[in-house]
Design a protein around this ligand. Structure first.
Ligand code: HEC
Length: 148
C-alpha cells in the first residue's frame, strides 16, 4: 500500500485521537449507556419472542440470542465503582460479590439461549427464554430502585 500523504495521515490521526468534543456532545454518560444496554436486553427479548411467532423467521431467534449474550458479557463492566445514578442502588457496590453473581446468572442463561436458539425448536427456545427472564427480575428485585 502507498504511504498516506502526511496531511491526510495527520487528519486521520486527529480524528481518531481527538473526538473528545464530539464525545462530550453526543455520547451517553455511563448511566445512560447502561440504561441503553438494558433497553437492548428488552429489545432482544422481544426479538426472540417474535421469532417464536409468525412475526419473524425462527432463525432470527439466534441473531437475537447471540446479541443478547454479548450484551450480557458487557453488563459486567457497566457499573464501575462510584457510578451511582439512575435507578442503581448502592448495594451494587456494597454487595459486589452477590451483584456479580447475578451478572454471571444472566450470562449463563443467555449462553443457554444461544444453544437453544440453534436448535430452531420453539419449545427449547421458550424454556431458555424463561430462564433468562428470571435473571432479570432476580437482579432488579435487589439492585434496581423504584421508577421515579
Ligand atoms: C445484574 C443485574 C441486572 C440484570 C441481570 C438485569 N438488570 Fe435491568 N437493570 C439493572 C439495574 C441496576 C438497573 C438500573 C440502572 C440505572 O438506572 O442506572 C436496570 C434497569 C433496567 C431497565 C430500565 C432502563 C432505563 O432506560 O432506565 C430495563 C428496561 C431493564 N433493566 C431490563 C432488563 C431486562 C429485560 C433484563 C433481563 C434480560 C435485565 N434488565 C437484567 C440491573 C440488572
Amino acid at each position: 500500500m502507498k504511504p498516506l500523504p502526511t496531511a491526510l495521515a495527520l487528519a486521520l490521526t486527529a480524528a481518531i485521537v481527538a473526538p473528545s468534543g464530539a464525545r462530550a456532545q453526543n455520547a451517553p454518560t455511563v448511566v445512560e449507556y447502561r440504561q441503553g444496554l438494558m433497553q437492548a436486553f428488552r429489545t432482544h427479548m422481544g426479538g426472540v419472542g417474535a421469532a417464536l411467532t409468525d412475526a419473524a423467521p425462527v432463525g432470527h431467534a439466534e441473531h437475537h440470542a447471540v446479541a443478547f449474550d454479548r450484551m450480557a458479557q458487557a453488563l459486567a463492566n457497566v457499573f464501575p465503582e462510584g457510578s451511582t445514578g439512575g435507578r442503581a442502588l448502592p448495594a451494587i457496590w456494597s454487595d459486589r460479590d452477590d451483584f456479580m453473581d447475578k451478572v454471571t446468572d444472566i450470562q449463563t442463561a443467555t449462553a443457554r439461549l444461544v444453544t437453544a436458539s440453534r436448535t430452531g425448536d420453539a419449545e427449547q427456545i421458550g424454556t431458555a427464554m424463561q430462564g433468562v427472564r428470571q435473571t432479570c427480575s432476580g437482579c432488579h428485585g435487589t439492585y434496581r430502585g423504584p421508577a421515579n
